[in-house]
Design a protein around this ligand. Structure first.
Ligand code: NAD
Ligand code: ZN
Length: 359
């Protein structure tokens, strides 16, 4: 088992990464000195596969868990789900010392995290991420929340978990398309911070796609280290944390104009990162050879690297970028690469350069 620490003063926690960790959930929770009652929040796809192991591990460690299943997919990240869960927590008499376990992908993690942050003004929260995206990204860093009709993630909080337990075995049942989507975030860490990780991915991506245990453990741990380091420096997104959004300005806009139906998040940001690397070449000194390597790596991961947009769709995309909640004063700011492993944030890009990067 590998452990990555997230040092945030009295909100510090560990990310534990390895195989067969679900069976140790109970004993790991016991070390946190929390109350006896807890709720395992999971979804209707993950629950049938993994909740039995989670519940029995908690019971064996002396906890009294209740299981709450929510629908699978993005629609579960709503205030409606939160409301229904509050009632269940109250009925099970969860109290201030009680805690919530989020067992599932980023949807369950974000929603259950917000539930934990707000129920009784905040109770303990443990993340057990079961998608690659959740293991390397959403379960780390404390952003929790739900969507509104007006947009994604518009209601939420910064609320750190007490522990993150990444059981790599859960990835065996994850649909391959979801696994590839998670790799888009892993490749992102290489581009924004770690040329060595990027080179390793160039060599070992096929092993990773086959879920090679050693490779997976290395890559998940390294990704978590990078995210933890960024979050440690800028927990509340005042500056540096923006680099985690490399490729996301265009990616988010692409998700929005396709009504979140066509692309998985990882697919949209794969296209967005390739476009951002072309913008980086055009106005930030990234070499063409590096742009080619970036594009090739996303392609090897089986991710889309281009979109064909009509004139009308391009206009819609540019408009959607301005609606992104990270935009301030109407100005879209980009994260651009100087080289693989080094990026800068807060850079203005002319519309013509953005358009050119999409063609
Ligand atoms: N909080 C953050 O910092 C942060 C960062 C990135 C993304 N996010 C959020 O994460 C969400 C996306 O997360 P996701 O990609 O994990 O999607 P998800 O939670 O919807 O999971 C994808 C699908 O896989 C299923 N699934 C999950 N684990 C499985 C397993 N082990 N075996 C079989 N099926 C499994 C789920 O039921 C779902 O149908 C978005 O809502 C996004 O906004 C949050
Ligand atoms: Zn992302």
């Amino acid at each position: 088992m590998r452990t990555v620490k997230v040092p945030l003063g009295d909100r510090s926690y560990s990310i534990k990464i390895g195989n067969s960790l679900l069976s140790r959930l109970g004993s790991e929770c016991r070390r946190l000195k929390l109350g006896t009652r807890c709720a395992v929040i999971t979804d209707r796809k993950v629950g049938p596969i993994y909740s039995k192991a989670a519940m029995s591990s908690l019971r064996e460690a002396g906890f009294e868990p209740v299981e709450i299943r929510v629908p699978a997919g993005e629609t579960a990240k709503s205030l409606g789900t939160i409301h229904a869960c509050y009632d269940k927590l109250a009925r099970h008499r969860l109290e201030r010392s009680s805690f919530i376990v989020a067992l599932g992908g980023g949807v369950v993690g974000d929603m259950a995290g917000f539930l934990a942050a707000s129920y009784l003004r905040g109770i303990g929260f443990v993340q057990v991420p079961t998608t690659l995206l959740a293991q390397v990204d959403s379960s780390v860093g404390g952003k929790v929340g739900v969507n509104l009709k007006a947009g994604k993630n518009l209601v939420g909080a910064f609320y750190q978990p007490r522990l993150v337990l990444c059981d790599l075995d859960t990835l065996k049942t994850l649909p391959k398309r979801e696994l590839r989507a998670g790799l888009a975030e892993v490749i992102k860490y290489g581009i924004i911070d770690d040329a060595t990780l990027f080179r390793r991915l160039e060599r070992r991506l096929p092993a990773l796609l086959k879920l090679d245990a050693g490779e997976l453990a290395h890559v998940v741990a390294r990704s978590c280290q990078i995210k933890a380091k960024v979050v440690e420096e800028d927990e509340r997104e005042g500056g540096l944390r923006a680099i985690l959004n490399y490729g996301h300005t265009i990616g988010h806009a692409l998700e929005a104009i396709s009504q979140y139906g066509k692309y998985l998040h990882g697919e949209a940001i794969s296209i967005g990162q390739v476009a951002a690397s072309k913008i980086s070449r055009d106005q930030h000194g990234l070499g063409q050879a590096e742009v080619d390597r970036i594009e090739a790596l996303f392609a090897t991961a089986g991710l889309p690297t281009q979109v064909t947009l009509s004139k009308k769709e391009t206009t819609k995309l540019l408009a959607a970028m301005k609606l992104d909640k990270k935009v301030s004063g109407g100005q879209v700011k980009f994260v651009l690469a100087k080289s693989i492993g080094r990026v800068e944030f807060g850079i203005e890009v002319p519309q013509a350069t953005i358009k050119a990067s999409l063609h």
